[in-house]
Design a protein around this ligand. Structure first.
Ligand code: ZN
Ligand code: ZN
Length: 484
């Protein structure tokens, strides 16, 4: 499940838009996977909620989940024994005490337990993003081609519901393994915060940020079990967590009492039970071992990502402190690149920059490793290890910097070099024959066009050569900016 970035309703006529206040539609999507009751195959249904709600909080999310469950149980006739939610770790929506309280109460709310599992935010695209892409593109194209008028959330819903609902016609046998359904939710339908005092006054879970899995406790009436890392091995899937297959990599489920604030702290502490004693014994050993292995292989000074990121604000300063780097502004043309408002200016600006004259950045001798970030369980003797990249919208340049300099701090330099490369070699990147080099057969491949299709500036227009070129130029101008 996920929220989309907001959709700003578009108008065909710019002049007309002045008379309307720009209305926004909030999109929330749940892609629900289940087993087909008829043939036991996997099936999925995308549930897209369109609303004029502007809260984006856990109360709205709970309402959407409630509607989704109602729909799956009543309309689809599914039997739900256990529900697993995947989302990013956005604290206001999915990962804080209120959504955790919703997990603790899930059996009371729905009649079955709901678990929550979290992944890092803003690093990848999930199935929900795919749904949002389809929906937004369809609406933009319909509006621009004057097939539809979409001025607010309700009109947005009406368009999508009639154009994008899947299947168009209900199949005769009951098997339909791919569906898309739209819901319109008015802000007033969402229960106000104050009506959910048992949830907002819940006791916070200790070390909330570190947890990656939360489920209702099987021991305490309204309680939680938490786990630092999620596991979906066959034992964990069948809820035999104490036999977990990945016990050397992940810890066990740990209970945490959940009462309203009135509940005493002492009671909470005493209710912390080790559900899985085997893995608890194992896990400290693993933690000690992991950094040792890394040291042997790479002899880096292991620096905590959290520590490193605390100095993120001083990245620019780091550059000047580094002796091989001169004053960044006068030497490396940062301003020259950023000040251009047109692509032709940018081309001129980078033309005269001699890339060899860019300041050399000395490789740091340490790697920024987050020992806690073992999101991917690896074999103990593996030469690979996970690194934490700070998610501030610069994760790609940061990754490039980490690979080149063993430190993500040179991400600005990486971004700049990408811009220079793209501005100087536009003709190559727009040449589909050139871009096909190294790719096999498939004569249909048109890489520049395919990339233009994915651009956020693409509004559904026909992709002629000049349109692809102008989208390319807009993208290059855009990626100059930090966080883009
Ligand atoms: Zn089926
Ligand atoms: Zn497991």
């Amino acid at each position: 499940m996920d929220y989309s970035e907001n959709y700003q309703c578009l108008y065909q006529d710019v002049a007309q838009s002045a008379h309307w206040s720009h209305d926004q539609a909030t999109l929330f999507s749940i892609v629900a996977y289940s087993i087909c009751p008829a043939c036991k195959e996997k099936m999925h249904e995308s549930l897209v909620f369109v609303s004029d709600e502007k809260q984006y909080d856990s109360h709205a999310v709970h309402h959407y989940v409630t509607l989704a469950n109602q729909h799956l149980l009543e309309t689809r006739g599914l039997t739900i024994e256990r529900e697993i939610h995947f989302s990013d770790g956005a604290s206001s929506q999915f990962k804080s005490k209120t959504p955790f309280a919703d997990v603790a109460h899930s059996v009371d709310d729905y009649g079955f337990p709901c678990e929550k599992h979290f992944f890092g935010s803003r690093h990848g695209k999930g199935p929900c993003d795919g749904e949002f892409g389809v929906v937004k593109r369809s609406v933009s194209m319909a509006v621009l081609s004057r097939r539809a008028v979409v001025r607010n959330a309700q009109e947005f819903y009406e368009h999508c519901s009639s154009e994008l609902t899947k299947p168009k016609v209900e199949p005769e046998n009951s098997c339909c393994h791919s569906r898309r359904t739209f819901f319109y939710v008015q802000e007033s339908e969402i229960p106000p915060k104050r009506s959910r005092s048992d949830r907002i006054n819940a006791e916070p879970v200790s070390q909330t940020r570190k947890q990656h899995a939360i489920k209702p406790s099987t021991e305490i009436k309204v309680g939680l079990s938490k786990r630092l890392l999620s596991c979906f091995c066959r034992f964990c899937v069948s809820e035999q967590g104490n036999q977990c297959f990945n016990v050397t990599h992940v810890d066990g489920w740990q209970s945490e009492g959940r009462e309203n604030r009135k509940g005493s702290k002492a009671k909470k502490k005493s209710s912390k039970v080790k559900e899985c004693s085997k893995s608890k014994q194992e896990s400290p050993k693993v933690k000690k071992q992991t950094p040792k292995v890394k040291k042997e292989l790479f002899s880096p000074k292991v620096k905590r990502a959290s520590e490193a990121h605390a100095t993120v604000g001083t990245v620019g300063k780091d550059h000047t402190e580094n002796e091989t780097v001169g004053d960044p502004e006068s030497v490396n043309g940062d301003n020259l690149i950023l000040e251009c408002s047109k692509f032709s200016d940018l081309t001129k600006a980078v033309k005269n920059l001699v890339i060899e004259e860019l300041p050399k950045v000395s490789a740091k001798t340490f790697l920024i490793l987050d020992v806690q970030s073992t999101d991917i369980p690896l074999k103990p003797d593996s030469q690979l290890f996970p690194c934490t990249i700070y998610g501030d919208g610069n994760c790609l340049p940061r990754s490039a910097s980490l690979l080149v300099y063993c430190s993500e701090e040179n991400h600005k330099e990486m971004r700049k070099r990408m811009v220079i490369e793209l501005a100087r070699n536009e003709a190559y990147y727009l040449d589909k024959t050139f871009m096909k080099k190294g790719k096999q057969d498939n004569a249909q491949d048109d890489v520049p066009k395919a990339c233009a299709h994915l651009s956020s500036f693409y509004m559904g227009q026909q992709l002629t050569k000049s349109v692809v070129k102008s989208l390319y130029e807009k993208e290059v101008l855009e990626i100059r900016k930090s966080g883009a």
